[in-house]
Design a protein around this ligand. Structure first.
Ligand SMILES: Cc1cc2nc3c(=O)[nH]c(=O)nc-3n(C[C@H](O)[C@H](O)[C@H](O)COP(=O)(O)OP(=O)(O)OC[C@H]3O[C@@H](n4cnc5c(N)ncnc54)[C@H](O)[C@@H]3O)c2cc1C
Ligand code: FES
Ligand code: FES
Length: 452
């Protein structure tokens, strides 16, 4: 097929051949200039648009969304939602004085639009939007002044006829709708790359100016979008968007509840997946650190069958993993266990930033003694790692200040972090130890969590 349709601001538009590396932003700006480009790498939110999919409006960064990934879906921009008079999000922002130069405003409007129609009740709806001149207080005032969505609002009513992602065969970009089909396509086109949310891969186009000649999208493969639960473990499809996991596991996995607000931004989490975070094998990916602390394993599928591998054995070296070229990650298995869990992400700014160092810790205690311990770190070595020597030293010890002090001496020798533009080696070394200190202090001062 050499064409597909994307509905932009209510109007279906035909996309012809040769656009598989075109970003949604670039395409939208061919029709009107209201949606802005700031950074072109998902960091500033000026390009935020709303996508209506599966009955939900999701704010996404149009600068790093490839056009074919929107095939069959509905996209709304700040201009489109004002076609029949200002939307309540726009009225609220104007009334609060939430705009000066206006460059960021279309992006803020669309984040506010999504919050109006999909309320989460927290300010992280703006975690992916930067404003350089207004100051955030009036923008926050606009958010706080929003009334609950009017059920007769046109956009509320549209949610009922929500489009879904379906199969796409387009030159350079296919979107299979079953696991077997995805694996068969990979076998037929061994050089093709899997793409899930594209929040990592697409930067190859927008920041490194490479092309991605052949892509197999995993976004419509149902086996990769499932969440299941047994008595022993949770099983999470590798292509479930992180924002879905944020909702689903808020009360089930304490480390997930802590992780997601600090993982990128709302816009990125609507697209990004665990499969993609593990697929990049970045030493500073956040999810691997948390998953290492949770003793997760991965189910790797190929046409020959499936194998399960412990996450601790998956990372082999810098950006090298045990994934074979004919395999994909189908799911992540997380054992259920009663543990004290905590994570700390140290980055240059809170939201929408990559970690300098990240630590995730999980302990089990019985009668005050440590019966199980996982200390996982990111940003301290070529791969996300566990501090095995320190774990061994803590195992069987009482959960006391003396044990932690002794462990910190071992921890100080366990890694040789590097200096880079995010942090110096000395700073990282200090953080590694201090995070364990923080964990201990917070755990003993919160008895409820110690016994959780
Ligand atoms: C502004 C911004 C902020 C970010 N902040 C963070 C952050 O705070 N923490 C963090 O960890 N990351 C962050 N990232 C990086 C990125 O968002 C994550 O790595 C994300 O989880 C990638 O998921 P994805 O689905 O978008 O991956 P994609 O870009 O689709 O894919 C990434 C890689 O994984 C492979 N892949 C995808 N799915 C599978 C699968 N099922 N099996 C095998 N291989 C697969 C792809 O082939 C590709 O090589 C940020 C990125 C941006 C642009
Ligand atoms: S242009 Fe900055 S996030 Fe898209
Ligand atoms: S109003 Fe100028 S950058 Fe936000």
């Amino acid at each position: 097929m050499e064409h597909f349709f994307v509905t932009l601001n209510g109007q279906p538009r035909r996309v012809g051949a040769g656009q598989h590396n075109t970003t949604l932003l670039h395409w939208i700006r061919g029709f009107s200039s209201g949606t802005k480009e700031g950074c072109a790498e998902g960091d500033c939110g000026a390009c935020t648009v709303a996508v209506l999919e599966d009955g939900h409006y999701k704010a996404i960064n149009s600068c790093i969304a490839l056009l074919p990934s929107l095939a069959g879906l509905e996209v709304w921009t700040a201009e489109g939602i004002a076609a029949q008079g200002l939307h309540p999000a726009q009225t609220a922002l104007a009334a609060a004085g939430g705009s000066q130069c206006g460059y960021c405003t279309p992006g803020f409007v669309m984040s506010l639009f999504c919050e109006y129609h999909q309320p989460t009740g927290d300010e992280t709806c703006f975690s992916g939007n930067l404003c350089r001149c207004t100051g955030y207080r009036p923008i926050r005032d606009a958010l706080q002044s929003l009334e609950p969505a009017d059920p007769t609002n046109t956009f509320e009513l549209r949610k009922q006829s929500a489009p879904q992602k379906t199969m796409l065969e387009y030159s350079g970009f296919s979107r299979p709708t079953s696991l077997v089909a995805a694996l068969q396509e990979k076998a037929a086109r061994p050089k093709a790359q899997f793409i899930a949310g594209g929040t990592d891969l697409t930067l190859q186009i927008t920041t490194v100016f490479k092309s991605l000649p052949d892509l197999i999208s995993l976004e419509a493969v149902p086996e990769l979008r499932e969440i299941a639960e047994t008595d022993e473990f949770f099983e999470i499809g590798a292509a479930v968007p992180l924002s879905n996991l944020e909702q689903e596991f808020r009360h089930k996995i304490p480390l997930f509840k802590e992780l997601f607000p600090w993982f990128a931004s709302r816009q990125i989490r609507h697209k990004a997946t665990l499969g993609g975070n593990l697929g990049t094998a970045s030493p500073i990916g956040d999810a691997p650190v948390v998953l290492l602390a949770l003793d997760a394993s991965l189910c790797l599928s190929s046409l020959d069958g499936e194998r399960e591998i412990a996450l601790k054995d998956y990372f082999l070296g810098y950006r090298k993993t045990a994934l074979e070229s004919n395999e994909l990650i189908r799911c992540i298995r997380i054992p259920k266990a009663q543990r004290i869990q905590k994570m700390y992400k140290v980055a240059k700014r809170g939201y929408d930033d990559i970690s300098s160092v990240m630590g995730a810790f999980a302990f089990q205690l019985e009668r005050g003694k440590i019966t199980s311990v996982r200390l996982a770190y990111g940003g301290v070595a070529a791969i996300p790692v566990r501090a095995y020597q320190t774990e061994n030293a803590l195992l069987g010890q009482p959960f006391t200040r003396a044990s932690i002090n002794a462990a910190q001496e071992i921890l100080a020798q366990e890694f040789q972090p590097i200096s880079d533009f995010r942090a110096s080696a000395q700073y990282r070394q200090k953080i590694i130890i201090n995070l364990l200190e923080k964990f201990f202090i917070e755990s003993v001062s919160s008895r409820a969590e110690v016994h959780a």
